[in-house]
Design a protein around this ligand. Structure first.
Ligand code: BES
Ligand code: MN
Ligand code: ZN
Length: 518
């Protein structure tokens, strides 16, 4: 779908969308159009339940003497509530209202709104972002889809006085949406197509954007002592991989000040002057059968999205490189397939992680934490990051606790959590803080090894986070459990049903607001 911004006034022909605020308050464009059409917009509103509330829209057929085909009244709710995230949601609903009606091109008139925290240009840019996010489709395997079942919309033009400002604001946001779409594509692909080597190749493809990418194979990981990650992958016919992506947007990591700042700072908690990169670590289990502790077959197909953490990190790197973000970022993804077989790891096996700590594998289905244990350790050890954030579809328990409306965040650093919460609110990708604590850590004590990979049934997401924390030294760290967020069964404002791409916009925003050179 092509998105453009024009300063042209209302079009003479075609389909046009105009905004209406709560209480049937027409925006200036809507007033102008209503006058031109002899008052039919007001009449249509009065003849319907349409109030201009934020989830309402009303399509009005233009009268015979007009060259317009249709006017869509878009409910905007109250002006004061229209922040960036709300404007994106509005754009998403706008796309939902016009994409399947047979129209190819639609013009949207955007005006400044009283009480709205955004200017007309900002409003238009955010609405465009939302519309594009909603336009995503993963239909490459549908060879027999009827044309009448496909969306028809190919071009969306936003008409607004500040069109140049809107276009300038939209430019980098469009790159972020490119990253979201990559994540959605990777997460949507089935596991016969996306497996460790092909997912590593997707990371490698970011070299075209200037990202430095290394891929470690089993031999190299064995040399590093990554027994926890390798144990998970050993039952699969697909070779495990670790992909390491570096975006040097602020110059070299070995830049001035780093060594000086780092000494005595042991990696430095977030907010210190330390100049290490920001690191993102992703769980990339390209299919999770559970291994020998095999999952029930009902719904097991969903476990193709158990690589969503890795998919998010790869999409984020694409977004940052795409918009040439002035920041140094590292992305590390641990890629394995968790299969039962004659070579698979057994319950009771004891593995030695790269950190040297030993783990008794009680349940082979608690595999994500084993992958992350080595990926986190490696990232921290090699890059001495200023902050480290991991993303993982880690536990079913977080879905029980928070459903699919908040990701669970665990952090050893209040400032880092605060920054995440701010970014989450700004982009509409909600997070909820969950606790860490010694009391929970006791649950993963083992008689046979330094720890075991599961607790009892209680507080399953927290004991998983405690396990991860044992592989984090003095680095500011946050763990985001996205098990309930990576996939949606119903269409939302800016997310068609399927892979959500959750986390790309959140973390892009975190970087933009707090870590990027201005
Ligand atoms: N990949 C799953 C968690 C998951 C569940 C992701 C639902 C997405 C949707 C994870 O590897 C897993 O199997 N976790 C187990 C842990 C248990 C064995 C301690 C779980 O949550 O049941
Ligand atoms: Mn599992
Ligand atoms: Zn898993």
């Amino acid at each position: 779908m092509k998105i453009s911004f024009t300063s042209a006034a209302l079009p003479e022909a075609g389909v046009v969308v105009v905004g209406v605020l709560d209480g049937r308050a027409l925006t200036p464009s809507a007033v102008a159009l209503d006058d031109r059409l002899g008052g039919i917009l007001r009449r249509a509103m009065e003849a319907s339940r349409f109030q201009g509330k934020k989830d309402q829209s009303l399509a009005v057929v233009a009268p015979g003497n007009s060259r317009l085909d249709r006017v869509v009244l878009l409910g905007m709710g109250e002006g004061k509530d229209l922040n960036g995230a709300a404007a994106e949601a509005l754009g998403g609903r706008l796309h939902g209202a016009v994409s399947g009606n047979g129209d190819k091109e639609v013009t949207v008139a955007v005006d400044g709104v009283d009480g709205c925290p955004l200017s007309a240009g900002e409003l238009a840019a955010h609405m465009a972002v939302g519309a594009r996010l909603r336009s995503y489709r993963f239909d490459k395997y549908r060879t027999k889809e009827k044309p009448e079942d496909k969306p028809t919309l190919t071009a969306l033009a936003f008409g607004c006085e500040e069109s140049e400002r809107a276009a300038a604001l939209y430019g980098p946001l469009d790159k972020v949406v490119d990253g979201v779409f990559l994540t959605r594509n990777l997460v949507s692909e089935p596991s016969n197509i996306i497996y460790p080597e092909t997912l590593a190749a997707e990371a490698k493809a970011l070299e075209a954007l200037g990202v430095e990418v290394e891929v470690l194979d089993v031999k190299e990981m064995r040399k590093l002592g990554m027994g926890a990650l390798l144990g998970v992958g050993q039952g699969s016919a697909r070779e495990s991989q670790l992909a390491v992506m570096q975006w040097h947007g602020a110059g070299s990591h070995k830049g001035k000040g780093k060594d000086k700042d780092k000494k005595g700072d042991k990696g430095g908690k977030d907010g210190s002057a330390a100049a290490g990169p920001i690191a993102f670590v992703g769980k990339g289990v390209t299919f999770d059968t559970g291994g020998i502790s095999i999952k029930p077959s009902a719904g097991m197909e969903e476990m193709k999205y158990d690589m969503a953490g890795a998919g998010t990190v790869i999409g984020l790197m694409k977004a940052l490189a795409g918009r040439r973000a002035k920041v140094n970022v590292v992305g590390v993804v641990g890629l394995v397939e968790n299969m039962p077989s004659g070579t698979a790891q057994r319950p009771g096996d004891i593995v030695t992680s790269m950190s040297g700590q030993t783990i008794e594998v009680i349940n082979t289905d608690a595999e994500g934490r084993l992958v992350l244990a080595d990926a986190l350790w490696y990232t921290q050890d090699r890059f001495k990051p200023r902050a480290m954030i991991d993303l993982a579809t880690l536990t079913g328990a977080i879905v029980i606790a928070l459903g699919s409306h908040h990701a669970g965040v665990f952090s050893n650093d209040d400032a880092l959590f605060g920054r995440l919460a701010g970014a989450a609110a700004a982009v509409g990708e909600p997070v909820w803080r969950m606790p860490l604590g010694e009391e929970y850590d006791k649950a993963i004590k083992s008689d046979a090894a330094d720890m075991k990979n599961v607790g009892n049934r209680a507080a399953g997401s927290i004991t998983a986070a405690q396990f991860l924390q044992r592989f984090v030294k003095d680095t500011a760290w946050a763990h985001i459990d996205i098990a309930g967020m990576a996939w949606t069964k119903e269409t939302r404002d800016v997310i068609p049903k399927g892979a959500t791409g959750y986390g790309v916009r959140l973390l892009d925003r975190l970087i933009a607001e707090h870590y990027e050179e201005k």
